[in-house]
Design a protein around this ligand. Sequence first.
Ligand SMILES: [Zn+2]
Ligand SMILES: [Zn+2]
Length: 277
Amino acid sequence: MRSQVSRPADNHVHTHWSWDTADSSTMARACERAVAEGLPAVAFTEHLDFTVWTEEDPATAYGLIDRHPAHQLPIDVEGYFAELAECRDRFPELRILSGVETGEPHLFAASIAAHLRDSPVDRILGSLHSLSLDGRLVGVGRLLYSDPDATMRRYLGEMVDMIESSDVFQVLAHVDFPRRYWPGGSQHYVEKDYEEEYRAVFRALAGSGRALEVNTSSPLASVDQVRWFREEGGEAVSFGSDAHQPTAVGQRFDLAVDIVEAAGFRPGRDRFDFWRR
Ligand SMILES: [Zn+2]
Ligand SMILES: [Zn+2]
């Protein structure tokens, strides 16, 4: 087993304060798991998604009128920060970061800015979960079935727009999220088929100095993929379990560390930092 000294922070953890996560997934249980796994830090990055938006949000100019499905719920900020404070008292050996995972941040810039003005957090992830279809924002898993290849190319193209038009997030989460839902199983997904599209995403991300997440809920990225990011100028890599239950905190981090190391990244300034080239 790898020495725990080199285990990175888990910068992507959900608890029951996220709309898609069970009540039993408490922060305390996630912290217990993080300590047991020898992680130096966790960030509670709850989903910040919008089912209604304002005139000022780019989604309006983009022509979006609806979202499908639309069961996303707001974060109970008061409850979230109260439990976070309790955990910081109870687990002094663990660094506990506040955070959000912003969904489609380029479309909801005004609503996200308003949320963060009232409730600033330490760690902000940027995610693309949905694409537009006839004026509706639709979960990407639902779009894959008609034409997976075209959807994947459109997804990675939209991600370039998201990076170029939103500077609110620090870390790009699960760059190839649709591979989780690949028709016939994720083992049929071929990264290499999209190398040019990945490289365009990585150029945009590296150009803005932000970190790429290696997401360990998704089928793991290959060494090649992380190396493409490095070759395009990428400086920093973040590790995220995307845990929606406490037992998944820090999952497969030893494997992810091996991949990131083989792609040419090393631990950063201290054990809480991103890994760097
Ligand atoms: Zn996500
Ligand atoms: Zn997530």
